[in-house]
Design a protein around this ligand. Structure first.
Ligand SMILES: C[S@@+](CC[C@H](N)C(=O)[O-])C[C@H]1O[C@@H](n2cnc3c(N)ncnc32)[C@H](O)[C@@H]1O
Length: 246
């Protein structure tokens, strides 16, 4: 297994209700995320590790000012990493599954829409199965992106992505499924669109650490080089992110 692990990954903890409170000096966050990006470059997941800090900070502030977020497990390190991966990879088409209030979705889409956008995308879709959460997420996203390039739909991600006709360049996974499947639904979601993911497309899976047991079949699939060319477990907070490339 390939991993990027910091010594403090388990002690770098956030109060989920006070998600906007800084956890460390900005230069420490930048250094840790740079290390993660370099690990992704080394195995060929990303072409380079360069992104602009100023647009990222504009994006971060817009989320604080405009989003209604009751809680989130996305730490400042994770928000920066996800935004940077999107800013570097620049997917024209991106889907995020299980977006709750939209924070995880905009961490991806915010590289292309709203204050701090650094490229032009075509269709960025967040999928949330609970209609009331999808509505809130859509309201949040509209406050940042009036264009509609980024949008949230109320749907089951497996069904939606099975029927979504376009090639996908980036897929973000965070759906917690039903009582029976839980996070093991990641593999069903990936398989629903795997054939439409071209070489070089990227899959991000949140909770690679704290849900590793439930995610075991998913992690076995993406860590098999016959399925995904490379995969790295980014361990810099207690939740983790598995980053894989097709
Ligand atoms: C717990 S949230 C993820 C929160 C996120 N990690 C954060 O910190 O903001 C997972 C979401 O996935 C949604 N979900 C569960 N199964 C789904 C499915 N099949 N399709 C789309 N969304 C789904 C749930 O309704 C829930 O809002």
């Amino acid at each position: 297994m390939t991993e990027y692990r910091t010594d403090d990954y388990d002690s770098y903890r956030m109060d989920y209700g006070r998600w906007h409170a800084p956890l460390e000096p900005e230069e420490d966050e930048v250094r840790v995320v740079r290390g993660a990006l370099q690990a992704l470059v080394e195995v060929g997941i990303l072409p380079h590790a360069k992104y602009q800090n100023e647009p990222f900070l504009r994006f971060r502030q817009a989320v604080v000012d405009l989003f209604d977020i009751p809680w989130t497990a996305i730490t400042p390190r994770m928000q920066r990493l996800i935004w940077a991966i999107n800013a570097i990879r620049q997917p024209k088409v991106m889907a995020a599954a299980g977006v709750f209030c939209g924070n995880t979705f905009i961490s991806n889409a915010g590289a292309a829409v709203g204050p701090g956008a650094v490229y032009v995308a075509e269709d960025l879709v967040g999928i949330e199965i609970k209609p009331e959460e999808a509505e809130r997420a859509e309201r949040n996203v509209r406050a940042i992106d009036p264009t509609g390039v980024a949008r949230v739909v109320a749907a089951d991600a497996v069904e939606y992505l099975r029927d979504y006709g376009r090639p996908l360049e980036l897929l973000y996974l965070d759906a917690d499924g039903d009582a029976e499947r839980g996070k093991s639904i990641y593999l069903d979601i990936l398989k629903a669109c795997y054939d439409r993911m071209p070489p070089g497309s990227v899959v991000l899976a949140h909770n690679s650490i704290n849900c590793a047991e439930r995610l075991e079949p998913y992690l076995r699939f993406v860590r098999d080089p016959s399925n995904m060319r490379a995969s790295v477990n980014v361990m810099f907070d207690p939740e983790g992110l598995e980053v894989s490339v097709r």
